[in-house]
Structures are given as structure tokens and as C-alpha cells.
Design a protein around this ligand. Structure first.
Ligand SMILES: Cc1ncc(COP(=O)(O)O)c(C=O)c1O
Length: 399
């Protein structure tokens, strides 16, 4: 630093959030050779046919910049799949932006729509990226708690209504929800939609777990309710989605936003100057993946349901209190039986002495105290990985 200078080398924004706890736990897991049930990525091979399409796309020389808002073939495939799965008729020319994962999709959507002093309503606990997303986009977050009850996680309607006002620009929902495993009911979504319409607010809906919903009605492929499908919501919803979870390719970094044309134009500009575009060849493979038959999605759903039903009872046996998730592949587990001062100490002990990595619950709350007796397990892992973790967890003793 220049002698005598009092300039901060770090921006106010970058200084106001911490490194990702989830990614830190993955590094700790490697260091201590712990079984990693922390970060939500599958530990099995990505589907052979999808990988083959990526290899072919590279060989066919799809190696230069793609159209900044996405390869046409991929956008067309997204539109067709969205029509099939959600019944939404999307124009690939004006309503889709391909991004570097849904991570970029969410921040690009927020940067494209939010101004300083605008408020964004966020349910708490929240997926940890939404907090830095709010800071980076100058949004003022308004948190609304999701309470754990006998019927899963619910919000208080009066509290949600009280969080909306004339400065509310948007609400972020994650449905199915990380970290709680909640799937919002139609009634809850209609309540949220009515507030958005009353206060002229947008809805950013993170739907990367749209195919990971449990105990569904096999005869109703539309059992996932997309906010954009509710009356009057299509024109005020940004759907953020990605290949990561549905096709087990979290490292490809290919996602997309679906939004009305005016918002899409703004997202495309932000996206262009943030990243120029997502990997060209991988978008070609994505076009293939989006055309997979319905059986691919029902197998995925069954496989995750089987894994949920393997891990959740085992956690209860080991002394954790936890609900059965309705969707996504995470379970929030109460650790109070083990007598640790907080979730971070518990997690350190679990990684170093028991050999299982999880995510401390506090990373999903503004106030660490609220998550201090919770950790999050994920179950997007091979059976042998889950069994190894279950075996190790049996060494835990209640305090
Ligand atoms: C709710 C949620 N949104 C977004 C992401 C990141 O997704 P992507 O790989 O598409 O950037 C994750 C990853 O775990 C997530 O759980």
C-alpha cells in the first residue's frame, strides 16, 4: 500500500460478505478425507450420452464465442422442454438468456432490474448466494422467516405481507427449496403472486430443482408449479434454471433465464458484459439433454427419492431431528441432541473426528444464532457414499 494511504484496497461490497461456507466445507472435506455430504453436487459420472454430445460438439468446432444470449438450437430446445414440462409458451428469440449457470442467471437478473434503495424480499433460511447477490446488485433484502412445523416449513402470511411496500422490487423464491426441502403449495404461491401484483413487484424464481420433487402424482407431470404459470405472473416472473442438477453436470456452468422480452433485453446486456456467454459446445450438448424423454426425469426423481429414504431415517437413528424433504436433495437436521455450542463447532468435529462433511446451518441465516443448532446434509451421492457416511455417523454420541 502507498505509505500513509488510508484507501481500502477492498471494495465496500466485497468486504461485506464472506467466502462461501458451502465451498469452504468441500475444501475441508478433501483435507480431512471426510465423506462430503456438504456441497450439492452428484459424485457419480454424468450421463454418457450427454457427455458424448459435448465431445462431438467440440470436435465439430463449436469452440468460438456463441451468440451472447445462447446458441439458437439450445434456446429452441429450452422453449420446447418448457412447453412440455411447464405448459409455458416461451419465445426463444426474445424471452431466453443462456447464462453461466443459474448462479449468473440470478445475479444478472437482479443487476438488470434492481436499483439502489429497491427492496427484495427473501425467505430465510435462504440459499447462501442470495445474500451476496443482493449486496452486489444494491438491493436491500427484506427477510421473511420460514418456520419449521409439523407440516414442514411454512411462512406467516401477515409477516410476508408486512415485508412488501412501495419500494419492493421483487421477491426471490427457490422452489423446490434449498436448504429446507420445502415445495411451495399452490395456495402459498397464489398468495405470493397476489402480493407481487398488488405491489407491482417481480418474482425471481430459482427452479433448478424442478425435477426433484417427491411423492408426486405419477399421472400429473405438471406437479411442479412454476410461478410464471400463475395468472398475471408470466409478465412479472424471471425463471432461473440450469443444466446443473437435472442433468448432473454442475461443473459445466450452463444455465438460463426465462423472462418477458423487456427484462430479457436488460438481462442479455448485463450478461454480455459480465461473461460474454456460456460455453458454446456445452450448450449444444444441452440442446440434446433438453430433448431427453419423460422417462429420464421420472428415473431421476425415483433415484433421488430412494436416496432420501436411505439417508433421512439413518439421520434420525443417529440422533438428528429432521423432517422429510418434499423436494430438492437436502435435509436440514437439528443437532441439539449432541450438546455442541453451535453448528460450526459441531461441523468441525464431524469433519475432523467422524469423517463426514456437512454445511453449518448458520450459513443460511443472516443471524448465525438462528442456524446454530442446525446442519444441512445433501443426499445427491452414490449409495456407497451415503452408506459410508451413515456408518461413520453411527459413531456420534448424544451429549
Ligand atoms: C438453489 C440453488 N440455486 C443455484 C445453485 C447454483 O446452480 P448453478 O450450478 O446452476 O449455478 C444451487 C447450487 O447448489 C442451488 O442450490
Amino acid at each position: 500500500m502507498h505509505p500513509g494511504s488510508s484507501k481500502s484496497r477492498i471494495s465496500r461490497k466485497a468486504g461485506s460478505f464472506t467466502e462461501s461456507v458451502i465451498r469452504e466445507m468441500s475444501r475441508e472435506a478433501v483435507k480431512h478425507q471426510a465423506v462430503n455430504l456438504g456441497q450439492g453436487f452428484p459424485d457419480w459420472a454424468a450421463p454418457e450420452d450427454i457427455k458424448q454430445k459435448a465431445i462431438e460438439a467440440i470436435a465439430a468446432d463449436h469452440n468460438q464465442y456463441a451468440v451472447t444470449w445462447g446458441v439458437k438450437e439450445f434456446r429452441d430446445a429450452i422453449a420446447r422442454k418448457t412447453m412440455w414440462y411447464l405448459g409455458l409458451d416461451i419465445d426463444p428469440e426474445s424471452e431466453i438468456t443462456v447464462t453461466c449457470g443459474s448462479t449468473e442467471g440470478m445475479i444478472a437478473a437482479m443487476l438488470a432490474t434492481v436499483d439502489p434503495l429497491d427492496e427484495v424480499v427473501v425467505f430465510e433460511p435462504f440459499y447462501e448466494n442470495y445474500a451476496p447477490d443482493a449486496i452486489l446488485s444494491d438491493a436491500t433484502p427484506r427477510h421473511v422467516p420460514l418456520y419449521r412445523t409439523e407440516n414442514g416449513f411454512v411462512f406467516d402470511r401477515e409477516q410476508l405481507r408486512a415485508a412488501f411496500n412501495e419500494r419492493t422490487k421483487a421477491i426471490i423464491i427457490c422452489n423446490p427449496n434449498n436448504p429446507t426441502g420445502k415445495v411451495f403449495t399452490r395456495d402459498e404461491m397464489e398468495f405470493i403472486a397476489d402480493l407481487c401484483k398488488e405491489f407491482d413487484a417481480l418474482c425471481f424464481t430459482d427452479e433448478i430443482y424442478e425435477h426433484i420433487i417427491y411423492d408426486i402424482d405419477e399421472n400429473d407431470p405438471l406437479s411442479h408449479i412454476c410461478m410464471a404459470n400463475l395468472p398475471g405472473m408470466r409478465e412479472r416472473t424471471v425463471v432461473v434454471n440450469s443444466l446443473s442438477k437435472t442433468y448432473s453436470v454442475t461443473g459445466w456452468r450452463v444455465g438460463y433465464c426465462i423472462a418477458p422480452p423487456d427484462i430479457t433485453s436488460a438481462i442479455r446486456k448485463v450478461h454480455d458484459f459480465l461473461t460474454v456467454g456460456a460455453a458454446n459446445a456445452l450448450q449444444h450438448a444441452g440442446a440434446y439433454a433438453m430433448g431427453l424423454p419423460p422417462s429420464y426425469y421420472s428415473e431421476l426423481q425415483h433415484e433421488y427419492q430412494r436416496k432420501r429414504d436411505l439417508l433421512v431415517p439413518a439421520l434420525r437413528n443417529a440422533g438428528f431431528k429432521c423432517d422429510t424433504p418434499e423436494g430438492a436433495y437436502y435435509v436440514m437436521a437439528d443437532i441439539s441432541a449432541f450438546g455442541f455450542a453451535d453448528d460450526v463447532q459441531f461441523t468441525k468435529n464431524l469433519i475432523q473426528n467422524i469423517g463426514v462433511a456437512v454445511v453449518p446451518g448458520s450459513s443460511f441465516y443472516r443471524d448465525p444464532a438462528m442456524g446454530s443448532q442446525i446442519v444441512r446434509f445433501c443426499f445427491c451421492k452414490k449409495d456407497e457414499t451415503l452408506e459410508a457416511a451413515i456408518e461413520r455417523l453411527s459413531k456420534l454420541t448424544a451429549g
